[in-house]
Ligand binder design. Structure first.
Ligand code: GDP
Length: 382
């Protein structure tokens, strides 16, 4: 391994380094005792097993290192009979999967699960936008699984990593059920262009399909096009929309929408919000005010779904941070998963804000929204 590169947990070496340091300190101060501590031998069969530095990797005869290392999008190992969603997900995650396949290909070339493999796996996860903290934790978790289960084959290795990623995703919580209290208010927030208005419509459509009465609030009053777009979508969904003039106060739109919702016995109010405000403070004040108005009217805090474009990578993390400061985000809608996704970003966001992903956008149509499936997502990465 190149000098200076960071290594993950290596208990044996660290211990040695620590004791070397300790020896130096002790050498400077006079020893209190020169007695050697007694050596305690473990009973037979109970010897401590230090993690091996290098484990031979068993490679199947039909494993083609060259083919794996030159994985092309068209060959993105789609099996026949797989559902359309799974295909889209695997296709969307192709780039991330290619990045993540590198350490496995290299391990196959060396025919060893060695310290270099753990290091390369961590680097690949960081390159796939999982964030440094999450990448280290996933490698440590996967390493525990692999060592404790005696995994020696390629499929087992990948499975261990996918299982660890799925468990990490589940640890961020699960999206809640629709509460009993009516009307239930959902704010849809995010920067412009991520798919906010489309996602607002898609969520409304889902609730409508389930038999709930839905109302939209066109609270992106900054853009005339934003209001018109919301109206167009509401029309397609077949649900009413409350709108004001361009440049109006979005909190007033929320107020009117909730008055209307209470009068009509609406179950779910979906509020499309503005995505580009002049300053961060402006954005916070605006969203805060809208939330306060909603909370006062329905006497409970609204749900807030943060829309993140899956193709934007690390930028999504800073977006989550900014919106997270403005309001309590309940969950994430990850859009454009049918595009070229930066698959690791939900791990980085989850690790930082502990927010579950509720929805995945798989296309531009009303019906192209799916509940997030951590297992399917994690397995599409490896
Ligand atoms: P907003 O500015 O955040 O409100 O974004 P829009 O809802 O106007 O969407 C921006 C663009 O992204 C539009 O062309 C949408 O059709 C597209 N879009 C939204 N969600 C998805 C998705 O899941 N997949 C794909 N392929 N496109 C999407």
């Amino acid at each position: 391994m190149a000098k200076g590169k960071k290594r993950l947990k290596e208990p044996k070496k660290r211990k040695r380094a620590e004791s070397a340091e300790q020896a130096e300190i002790e050498a400077e101060s006079p020893p209190e005792s020169i007695e050697e501590p007694p050596v305690v031998e473990p009973p037979p069969g109970m010897e401590l097993q230090a993690p091996p530095e290098e484990i031979p990797l068993e490679i199947d005869e039909d494993y083609d290192v060259e083919a794996e290392s030159e994985l092309e999008e068209e060959e993105a190992d789609l099996e026949e009979g797989e559902g359309e969603d799974k295909k889209k997900l695997r296709k969307g995650m192709f780039r991330s999967r290619r990045v993540l396949s590198r350490p496995f290909v290299r391990a196959a070339t060396r025919k060893a699960i060695d310290p270099e493999f753990w290091h390369e796996a961590e680097e690949a996860l960081i390159a796939a936008d999982a964030g440094v903290t999450c990448a280290s934790a996933i490698v440590e978790g996967a390493r525990d699984r692999i060592l404790s289960q005696g995994i020696r084959d390629m499929d087992g290795l990948k499975e261990a990593f996918a299982d660890e990623v799925a468990e990490t995703l589940r640890s961020f919580g699960a999206p809640g059920e629709l509460p009993e209290d009516r009307p239930h208010v959902i704010f849809i927030v995010g920067v412009n262009g991520v798919g906010k208005t489309t996602t607002t419509a898609k969520i409304g459509y889902q609730y409508k399909q389930l038999g709930y009465k839905v109302l939209f609030a066109a609270a992106d009053t900054f853009r005339a096009a934003g209001i018109e777009q919301m109206e167009m979508w509401a029309h397609r969904v077949g649900a009413p929309v409350v709108r004001h003039k361009t440049g109006g106060d979005p909190a007033a739109v929320v107020f009117d929408a909730l008055e209307s919702a209470k009068a009509r016995g609406i179950d779910v109010v979906l509020v499309d919000t503005a995505g580009r405000l002049h300053t961060k403070k402006n954005l916070m004040d605006e969203l805060n005010k809208m939330c306060r108005v909603a909370e006062r009217q329905v006497e409970r805090p609204p749900e807030a779904v943060l829309v993140i474009d899956a193709t934007t990578g690390q930028n999504g993390v800073s977006q989550a941070r900014v919106f997270g400061e403005a309001l309590d985000i309940s969950s994430i809608a990850l859009t454009k998963m049918d595009g070229s996704a930066k698959g690791g970003v939900v791990l980085a966001i989850g690790a930082e804000l502990s927010i579950p992903v509720a929805y995945v956008g798989m296309g531009e149509g009303l019906a192209d929204l799916r509940p997030f499936d951590p297992e399917a997502y994690a397995h599409a990465l490896f």
